[in-house]
Each structure stands twice: as C-alpha cells, then as structure tokens.
Design a protein around this ligand. Structure first.
Ligand SMILES: N[C@@H](CCC(=O)N[C@@H](CS)C(=O)NCC(=O)O)C(=O)O
Length: 198
C-alpha cells in the first residue's frame, strides 16, 4: 500500500502512527507541497482537494486521514482498533470528527501560523484550543483512552496535533490528564514519532 505523504504533516502522521502500532507496511511517497505538486496532475486526480494524505491500496484510492484510518483498521481486521458494532463505531467517529474539526481549527491551525507562516487568525485558533483542552482533560480524567476503554483509531486521529501543540505556542502543560494520555499512547509497542514529537 502506498501512502502519499508529507513528513511534517500531522494528518499524514495519523496514518503512519496507526500503521506502526499495528505493524502494517506502507510505502511512503513524498509529495512536494512546497513545489505545488499536490495541486497538479497527476496528484490532483487522486485527490481533487489537493491534500495529503492519500492512500493507494492497489488502485483503490482513499483520501482524508480519518477515512484512511477507518479503511486501514477494517483491512487490518483487528476489532480492537475499529469495532463492528454500531455503538462502538459511533463513539469512535465522534472523536474522528473532533480531530477533523476542533483539533484542526485549534492546535493545528495555531501550528500552521507559527511554524509555516500561514495567514490564519491565530487568536481564533487559540480560542478554539482554550475551549478544547479543558474538555479533553476532563474526558481523560475519567477515561484512559478516547473511546471504548482501549487504544483505537480515535487516539491515532487525536494525538498528532495535540502532541505538536507546542509548535503553535499552545501550552498543554496545565492539562495533566491529557498529558498522561499522550504518555500512555507514546508507551504503546510500535509507537513512532515525527519531527516535533520525540
Ligand atoms: N481533512 C484532511 C485534511 C488534510 C490536510 O489538510 N492536509 C494538508 C497537509 S497536513 C494539505 O495537504 N494541505 C495542502 C492544501 O490544503 O493545499 C485530512 O484529514 O486528511
């Protein structure tokens, strides 16, 4: 399976992390975002949104990091990471949505401003993070993992931009439960980091 990838992308890292934790082999294909490769043919035919990550599983194309996590977890076939029952799936999808919305609009956008110089409103990202972090901290005060009492793809989706929050000037140090959850995830067999996450 090929993963169209960018090393510094937290969205791509979600997929690399899940693959590492489950022992799946991925052929990484680096996409030159600085050079605009993601907005040109042939990449744009794979993902009309012009974004990484994109998975190519023998010609079956899957775009969006959350969708790729669901696809790979199904393919992996181990129900620990993605259960078959509707209630369990709904619980996980609720957190995938948080990863794609609040985590993206908060810590991830703050990082885009500080690390990559994007013209986004930093104050808006900080405000989202200020609402999100106490909520997550309260969740992890009662739960070891995001969903179902065990590591799932929900943790893989949430973790990257929270662990990279410092690169956007977002301080997670006051949130002890959140930090302990990140430490638990980091201690899982097979864990890999990325630049900014040691
Ligand atoms: N919802 C998408 C977002 C992907 C995304 O924003 N990718 C960034 C890299 S982290 C990208 O390719 N940005 C280039 C662009 O949007 O032009 C996902 O979760 O995969």
């Amino acid at each position: 399976m090929k993963l169209y990838d960018l090393e510094l992308s937290g969205n791509c890292y979600k997929v690399r992390l899940f693959a590492a934790l489950t022992g799946m082999a991925l052929d990484l294909v680096a996409v030159d975002l600085m050079g605009g490769e993601h907005k040109r043919s042939p990449f744009i035919e794979l993902n009309p949104f012009g974004q990484v990550p994109v998975l190519d599983d023998d010609g079956r194309i899957v775009r969006d990091s959350q969708a790729i996590l669901v696809y790979l977890a199904n393919r992996h076939g181990d129900e620990r990471w993605w259960p078959k029952d509707a209630a369990g799936q709904a619980e996980i999808v609720g957190w995938l949505a948080v990863a794609a919305h609040e985590v993206r609009a908060g810590p991830a956008n703050a990082r885009l401003v500080d690390k990559f110089g994007f013209q986004l409103e930093k104050a808006a990202a900080e405000a989202v993070a200020a609402d999100l972090l106490p909520l997550l901290d309260a969740h992890f005060a009662r739960h070891d993992w995001a969903a179902l009492g065990r590591p799932t793809i929900a943790d893989c989706a949430l973790y990257p931009y929270l662990a990279l929050a410092h690169e956007g000037g977002i301080d997670v140090s006051p949130y002890g439960n959140l930090r302990r959850w990140m430490a638990r995830l980091k201690a899982l067999p097979g864990f890999v980091g990325m630049p900014g996450i040691r």
